[in-house]
Design a binder for this molecule. Structure first.
Ligand SMILES: O=C(CO)COP(=O)(O)O
Length: 252
C-alpha cells in the first residue's frame, strides 16, 4: 500500500531558545531509518520555527502548530498560511483538540483551515478525537466521523493530508490507547474514508495515533496494520522521541 510511516513531534507551548536548540542537537545526532522508511516532522512554537528550520537536519521537516483560516490581515495574534509559505514551512498541524476545546474551534472552522492551508501548498496534519465522555457513551466513531466529514466537505485532494487520531482522554494523561483500541478506530476511520471519499484515498491516507505515545509503547502500537505513525506530545521533547521514530522499523 506504500503508506510511509510518519512521526510528528508536537512541542506545544514549550521551550526556550536554549532548550529548543538542545532538542535539535539531539535529533541531529540521532541514528534513524532513512526518509524512504519514515517521515519525521517536528512542530515548535511559531517563534522558534526559523531557528529550528535553520538548524535541523535536512531529512527532518518542520510544522507550525496552527495557522489562520483565511488570508492574513487584521487578526491579532494569528499567523497566516502565507507566512508559512514565506518561511518555507511545509507542514501545519490543524484542529488539535487543545484548540478545539480551549479555543472553541468547530469542526467547520477546522475544515476551512485545512482547505485554506492546502490551497497554499502546505501539508496538513489534521487532528480528530473523542473525549472520555463521548467514548463512554459509545459515540467514538460517530464523533471522529463527524470531524472527518467536516474536513472531507472542503477537501478534494488528500495527497497532502495526514489524519491524526488523538483521543482526548489519552493526551498528556499517561493513559495511552491500547494497540487494539487504536487499531479499531483507525480501521473504522479508513472504512469511513473508503465509503465517503474513495477507495484510493482510504488505501493511501496515513492515519497516525497520538496520546501518551512513548519509547516503551510505540513499537506495539506501530505493529497495528492501520496505525501509520504517531503524533507525539510530551515525549517529543525528550531523547526517547528517537525510539519512537525507530518504531517505524516494525513495519518492514
Ligand atoms: O497531543 C498530543 C500530540 O499532538 C499528544 O500529547 P502527549 O503525547 O503529551 O499525550
Amino acid at each position: 500500500m506504500g503508506r510511509k510511516f510518519f512521526v510528528g513531534g508536537n512541542w506545544k507551548c514549550n521551550g526556550t531558545t536554549d532548550e529548543v536548540k538542545k532538542i535539535v542537537t539531539t535529533l541531529n545526532e540521532a541514528k534513524v531509518p532513512g526518509e524512504d522508511v519514515v517521515e519525521v516532522v517536528v512542530s515548535p512554537p511559531y517563534v522558534f520555527l526559523p531557528v529550528v528550520k535553520s538548524l535541523l537536519r535536512s531529512d527532518f521537516h518542520v510544522a507550525a502548530q496552527n495557522c489562520w483560516v483565511r488570508k492574513g490581515g487584521a487578526y491579532t495574534g494569528e499567523i497566516s498560511a502565507e507566512m508559512l509559505v514565506n518561511l518555507d514551512i511545509p507542514w501545519v498541524i490543524l484542529g488539535h483538540s487543545e484548540r478545539r476545546q480551549l479555543l472553541n474551534e468547530s469542526n467547520e472552522f477546522v475544515g476551512d483551515k485545512v482547505a485554506y492551508a492546502l490551497s497554499l501548498g502546505r501539508k496538513v496534519i489534521a487532528c480528530i478525537g473523542e473525549t472520555l465522555e463521548e467514548r463512554e457513551a459509545g459515540t467514538t466513531i460517530a464523533v471522529v466521523a463527524e470531524q472527518t466529514k467536516a474536513i472531507a466537505a472542503k477537501v478534494s485532494n488528500w495527497d497532502n493530508v495526514v489524519l491524526a487520531y488523538e483521543p482526548v482522554w489519552a493526551i498528556g494523561t499517561g493513559k495511552v490507547a491500547t494497540p487494539a483500541q487504536a487499531q479499531e478506530v483507525h480501521a473504522d476511520l479508513r472504512k469511513w474514508v473508503h465509503d465517503n471519499v474513495s477507495a484510493d484515498v482510504a488505501a493511501s491516507l496515513r492515519i497516525i495515533y497520538g496520546g501518551s505515545v512513548n519509547g516503551g509503547n510505540s513499537k506495539e502500537l506501530a505493529s497495528q496494520p492501520d496505525v501509520d505513525g504517531f503524533l507525539v506530545g510530551g515525549a517529543s521533547l525528550k531523547p526517547e522521541f528517537i525510539d519512537i521514530i525507530n518504531a517505524a522499523t516494525v513495519k518492514n
